[in-house]
Design a protein around this ligand. Sequence first.
Ligand code: ADP
Ligand code: MG
Length: 619
Amino acid sequence: MNTFQDLGLNKDLLQAITDMGFETPSDVQAKAIPILLEKETDLVALAQTGTGKTAAFGFPMLQKININSRTTQGLILSPTRELCLQITNEMKQYGKYCKGLNVVAIYGGASITDQAREVKRGAQIIVATPGRMKDMIKRKMVDISKIEYSVLDEADEMLNMGFKEDITDILSHTPEDKNTWLFSATMPKEVSNIAKKFMKSPIEITVGNKNESTNQVSHEYYLVNARDRYQALKRLADANPDIFSVIFCRTKRDTQKVAENLIEDGYSAGALHGDLSQNQRDLVMKSFRNKQIQMLVATDVAARGIDVDDITHVINYQLPDEPEVYTHRSGRTGRAGKTGISMVIVSKSEVRKIKSIERIINQKFELKEIPDGMEICEVQLMSLANKINNTEINHEIDKYLESINDLFADTTKDELIKKFFSVEFTRFFNYYQKTKNLNVTDTSRGEDRDRGGRAFSGGSNGSRYFINVGRKDGYDWMKLKDFLKEVLELGRDDVFKVDVKESFSFFNTEKEHQEKVLAFFTDFKHDGRFVNVEISEDKGGGTSRNKRRRDGGGSKRRSDDKPRGDRRSSFRGDGNRSDRRSSGSRSDRSDRRSSSSNETRSRRTESSTSSERPRRSRR
Ligand code: ADP
Ligand code: MG
């Protein structure tokens, strides 16, 4: 069965599915929909976030209810207001050809009387958060005594958030003979207890392995001294210019502080935690969705509602107390078929927690190194070069061209390029040249820092190369390594320190292979485009620590301890900060406002939206 038609859905739903562009059912949909359509049964479905659970219960519910009746027949409970609204919207989309359908969302933080009015108009389906639902039952604003289908969506999250009592209370107002469909990403004891308590011999379906996080996500950890946590975070961000991430902290206070520091340092960041008003949270989420915020710093509870598909990185600024929670965090990335990276910044005393998380997610972490300053400079420089290469020319400039040409009449192309890049690069370089290595050696795990197997041995780093393919082209480090090994006909460990960025990557080989590598890529086309490889100045990865700029020491250290925004900012493609300050432009004003309110920062980066497909250029 691999079409929606095969699942037994009616014409109206199939039309909506076509409109939405869904082509084939996801696993959980293919398994759940036929069962729910054919049988009056309880169901427990285990599937990761982003696997399409909403449609798995949404389509059958829409098909089974009687739209000609105004009685409330379906109740969907979900943990957060965000999810509640999202499910409501999805249900409306799915049911757009079901005439007379009324789906109503019920959640805290908005007018209860408005919601009650909506329900009164006749809502066949209610989507609710448990707290508000309980409230409305108590105030007799809803009648769920004729419910036929109830859904517990993201059951593990609801229980995590302490909604057990509320759920129990709500379900006690529903008929005995209704069907309950429970959807969850993980199956901790509390969820199976709920299933036992409220469900009658449910059919169980599982997509992927139980309690296993998706293998779309690779897991990395970085070992640093606790006091260097923040510096490490900044470097991870700087080494990934196109980052679009959620950063998890343990407390509201840390969340607020990290976000404030990032904003002060010139990053597009925002905080999301329970001490903000609903309005503030909405604003932050809106900016995040629009990618005006690249780094969303959040508490676990506040992040539960985040359902954004293209998050590239989850960064665990601190590990959660409960290893289970890590699954929820890392599940924020690698959604909708995309790959993602979950990074953990740990101090030595926390390393053992990594082990217990590995057991839960059934996946290994890779120990990686915080990039050193020069590596970051190179990444930023190449990212800028790529951006320039892909920039569409604005012909408004043409009329000034003559005077500009006059000015540069005696400048060679090389010089001009160098000058141009120096505008952006020097400040960045000045900041990073004095910084220290942040990595701490882990003696407890006894494994290599690099899967290529040499980084730590003090052996040679060989030659470092730049290659113009990256994550955008579907590569992660394993895929790129395999690809290089194959085309270059090299052995298992001959390609190492593979470091994949958004639109380009780096890798190393032994010096003896250098000639072969460069010769091979002189005119190499792959998937219809030229793949360009050149020698990179930086040696990359671990051993650079032995060679270069250890600790800045003494007075030099200060610059790393007290970074300033203007040092790093301009690589984000939005011009010189101090210029903007004096110009008093709109974006400048909103900057200041957002730093003080800590909501959004409107410093957009073009890089997150513009296509940065590398071309064959730098030769
Ligand atoms: P989950 O509840 O499992 O986290 P969602 O139901 O929120 O996942 O779906 C994740 C995303 O995938 C949504 O944007 C949804 O519209 C989309 N989606 C769901 N089913 C399909 C499908 N069969 N084909 C393509 N996209 C889908
Ligand atoms: Mg969902």
